[in-house]
Design a protein around this ligand. Structure first.
Ligand code: URP
Ligand code: ZN
Ligand code: ZN
Ligand code: ZN
Length: 477
């Protein structure tokens, strides 16, 4: 086991910042040392990393990813190997991916398949949430053993009828089961049946381009489902975590419930902070015409900038009405994947790939003064670790924690995209973030004490990442 000393940097946590050297022994952080102090005599480490002028932050925890997700007749294009490598490039050292159970399938079988896909393939540590895509007696019984598997949260869908959809009766029964075991219910809150009616009407009237994906999935559909999810959770006595929040009206629902003392939480994603219905879903290009917008077809959809949703997401991150930022990383190539919906937006596989860029994109909020440095760390690492039962091991730089560490250079620069001289390691033929110029740069990344990124090179290994059995959420009372 070797020792590593990270010297000269500013260690940033969710609650403050301090000049400190960080000593790593093997896989763990063992000490934070004031500059110049020599409590153990002069410290000699096997490896020294100079972080002078840079931030030393806990590795990012991305609590919402979909490697290889089967969706719309294809699979998300990042494998656990390519997706976790891209995550490491971007300063994320833990992912929580969604194991999938679909209707007619046993939860245990879906989970076993996910373990097979991930084991031995990840560059960084990983945990699972469980998607329950078919709530029946068998699936409800399987929920009894999730905590033993280290899975303390599961996702339901009020959207996607015929795929992952649960009706209100199923949602209520699952939430009651969650209450029994302290599981956190993660909700895809959109009114799927109503959306499907609107989508069919649009398509039948010839409105088939990607833009209409956003029109069909109106904010009212998100607000209504968010409200319904809050009420069902209240009746069940279950805590609730709403995923990929994009509508300002949905945030208002969450904020209202929190003000009434409810155990209700929400995440947003970089796409809902930066991108819009008009600019992206409505885009057109020489190569793809108005199908260009397919690059940004995801659900919930990108929202109108005129209506102010993006500003509302930033505000909610400041006021803690939204608690964290995950990517919902679900990449599909344009060729042969998004293309499936060339003639009908309803057949475009839903999802955007961002796992590599979340840390950088959120740092721009610090640069522009929308969030503090400490809040940045909290949103990308500390709260996700606490919310999903990893805190102490992940999400913090402190003695005893796993040495998942990022040296971030605020004076560095990152040009995102697949174009010449740009940065993109996800397994996609395009970038949803092409052309984004980032103030800041992920210089060095450690995963459990091993350098995985340094000197502009990936130095990690497939299989280094191991499965994280998670504790219950530390936010639940
Ligand atoms: O468009 C999305 N979000 N695709 C991934 C599946 C989901 O609903 O999270
Ligand atoms: Zn979803
Ligand atoms: Zn998702
Ligand atoms: Zn740099």
């Amino acid at each position: 086991m070797s020792t590593t000393l990270i010297t000269g940097g500013t260690v940033v946590s969710a609650t403050g910042r301090a000049q400190a050297d960080v000593l790593v022994d093997g896989e763990r952080i063992v000490a934070l040392i004031s500059p110049g102090a020599t409590p153990f005599g002069r410290i000699e480490a096997d490896v020294t990393i100079d972080a002078t002028g840079k931030y030393v932050i806990p590795g990012g925890v991305d609590a919402h990813t979909h490697m290889q997700l089967p969706f719309g007749g294809t699979n998300a294009s990042d494998t656990f190997e390519t997706g976790t490598r891209a995550a490491a490039w971007g300063g994320t050292t833990t992912i929580i991916d969604f194991a999938v159970q679909r209707y007619g399938e046993r939860v245990q079988d879906g989970l076993a398949r996910w373990h097979e896909l991930a084991a031995g393939n990840c560059a960084i540590d990983y945990g699972f949430h469980q998607i329950i895509g078919g709530v029946d007696d068998d699936a409800l019984k399987a929920m009894d053993t999730l905590v033993d598997e280290g899975i303390t949260s599961y996702k339901l869908f009020m959207a996607y009828p015929g795929v992952f959809y649960s009706d209100d009766a199923q949602v209520l029964r699952a939430m009651q089961k969650a209450t029994d075991h302290g599981l956190l219910t993660m909700m895809h809150a959109e009114n799927g049946p109503a959306i499907d009616v609107l989508a069919a009407q649009l398509a039948e009237s010839g409105k088939t381009s990607p833009y209409y994906h956003g029109i069909a999935r109106a904010w009212q559909m998100e607000e209504e489902a968010t409200h319904r999810a809050i009420m069902l959770a209240d009746v069940a006595g279950a805590p609730l975590y709403v995923v990929h929040v994009s509508a300002k009206q949905a945030v208002e629902q969450l904020a209202g419930a929190r003000d009434r003392g409810r155990n209700v939480f929400g995440e947003t994603c970089p796409q809902y902070l930066y991108l819009s219905l008009e600019e992206q879903l409505g885009a057109s290009s020489e190569e793809w015409g108005d199908f260009e917008g397919a690059k940004w077809v995801c659900s919930t959809p990108l929202r109108s900038r005129e209506e102010g949703h993006q500003d509302a997401m930033w505000q909610a991150l400041r006021t803690n009405d939204l608690q964290m930022v995950s990517t919902d990383h679900c990449p599909f190539c344009m060729k042969e994947q998004k293309e499936l919906g060339k003639d009908d937006f309803r057949a475009i596989p839903n999802g955007i790939g961002s796992i590599e860029h979340r840390v950088d994109l959120l740092y721009q909020g610090v640069v522009t003064g929308q969030i503090t440095l400490e809040r940045w760390v909290e949103l990308i690492a500390t709260t996700p670790a606490r919310m999903f039962g990893l805190y102490g091991r992940k999400g913090v730089i402190a003695p005893g924690a796993d040495a998942d560490i990022v040296v971030y250079d605020p004076a560095g620069h990152t040009s995102i995209g697949v174009g010449e001289g740009r940065t993109h390691h996800m397994n996609m033929d395009h970038s949803a973030w092409e052309g984004f110029e980032i103030d800041g740069h992920v210089d060095v990344v450690l995963s459990r004490g091993s350098v995985v990124v340094a000197d502009g090179e990936f130095q990690g290994t497939k299989g280094h990442g191991s499965y994280l059995k998670r504790d219950l959420s530390q936010y639940l009372v």
